[in-house]
Design a protein around this ligand. Structure first.
Ligand code: ADP
Ligand code: ZN
Length: 342
């Protein structure tokens, strides 16, 4: 099933329930980009194709790796007509999107997301980028791929931790937009979605719809797209400093944000404890050891800061996120209180 989504910066074709190999393999002008793990687990997919393989992991999201890939494209004599196909998790789709934006001032690219997280979040919305040292996604562009291929058969090889990473973002959508989804998740667990193809497909579709809708309305992130940062402001800092996975860090970040909303009198109901229970159900942490001062110094360099304030996403209730400008001093206070309580 093909669905066309029209973003301000371009149209994207979404192929749901597809067999990506049948649609993408065997074409002369195509170069695939993937990482070592995906290459190892899905070698058949790449057999006979031109492939650039990067090391697995966040460290590949660097300007140096972008240069490497561009260099390889030159060696392969890739032209403006070359289609770059990013096959992998968010790391791969992010670098592939970035490379496609800059190689010869821009070539076409498509994505085959192979993690739950990449399917429902990272591959959608046109943001791509690489890190600059400790600063996540500090360089990048907003540029839509031509198409995204959703082939859930790739998920059969996904390790438990990567399922949890994806579920952190699923739970994020539920928190900020979709109370009914939150309640559904409370009744189910990871095994249900791993074992039922129908349940998984509809979960992916529902989350993709939320992300599309948000980005269509606000591609440049001047308003409602910011809601998608729920859990990510502190989450990114935790991820960088304490080497948790993205999903784990965002899970902790979401609980902190929910708690912050309660402390600020924004939340109309108890949200943090209910959220913590759900995260635990999906194999995610709800707290970690951190140092408030370390987090604060990273938060002060966040892209979302302005002066002494930072935009923070809080929950009015489960299913409704809200953007609030908060002074750093308030966040520092709540973080150190949280730090000493847990
Ligand atoms: P993200 O979580 O943003 O998608 P990555 O691109 O780093 O981040 O992917 C997470 C990890 O999962 C990486 O180690 C990657 O190699 C691995 N991976 C990606 N797709 C699959 C898959 N289908 N099966 C098993 N491992 C995968
Ligand atoms: Zn995220």
């Amino acid at each position: 099933m093909m669905q066309e989504v029209v973003f301000p910066s371009g149209k994207v074709e979404y192929y749901f329930g597809c067999k990506a190999g049948e649609l993408l393999r065997g074409k002369a002008n195509t170069v695939f980009v993937t990482d070592e793990n995906v290459m190892g687990l899905h070698a058949d997919f790449f057999a006979g194709e031109r492939v650039i393989v990067v090391p697995a992991g966040e460290d590949s999201k660097s300007v140096a790796e972008v240069e490497n890939i561009c260099q390889k494209l030159v060696e392969m004599e890739a032209t403006r007509e070359t289609l770059l196909v990013g096959v992998g998790g968010g790391v791969v789709t992010d670098i592939a999107g970035f490379v496609a934006a800059v190689y010869m001032r821009g070539i076409d690219c498509v994505f085959v997301p192979t993690t739950l997280l990449a399917m429902i979040d990272a591959s959608i919305g046109g943001k791509n980028g690489v890190n600059l040292g400790l600063h996540k996604n500090m360089t990048g562009t907003i540029r839509q791929p031509q198409a995204i291929y959703f082939d859930i058969s790739f998920l059969q090889t996904l390790p438990d931790e990567e399922w949890s990473n994806g579920f952190a973002e699923v739970i994020k959508y539920a928190c900020i937009f979709d109370r009914a989804l939150f309640e559904k998740l409370e009744k189910r667990d990871t095994t249900h979605f791993i074992t039922s193809r129908t349940a998984l497909k509809s979960l992916v579709q529902r989350c993709v719809d939320w992300k599309n809708k948000t980005v269509v309305n606000d591609e440049k992130e001047t308003g409602e797209r910011k809601l998608l940062n729920f859990g990510h402001t502190t989450g990114h800092a935790i991820e960088t400093l304490y080497h948790l996975s993205h999903g784990q860090a965002v899970a902790v970040g979401m609980v902190i944000a929910a708690y912050l909303g309660e402390q600020q009198g924004i939340s109309k109901e108890q949200v943090s404890s209910r959220l913590a229970t759900l995260l635990t159900r999906y194999g995610l942490p709800t707290t970690t050891q951190y140092k408030t001062q370390e987090l604060m110094s990273l938060l002060r360099t966040d892209k979302k800061r302005s002066g002494d304030d930072i935009q923070y996403i809080l929950l009015e209730e489960i299913g409704r996120g809200i953007i609030k400008r908060l002074p750093f001093a308030t966040i520092e206070e709540v973080l150190s209180e949280y730090e000493s309580n847990y």
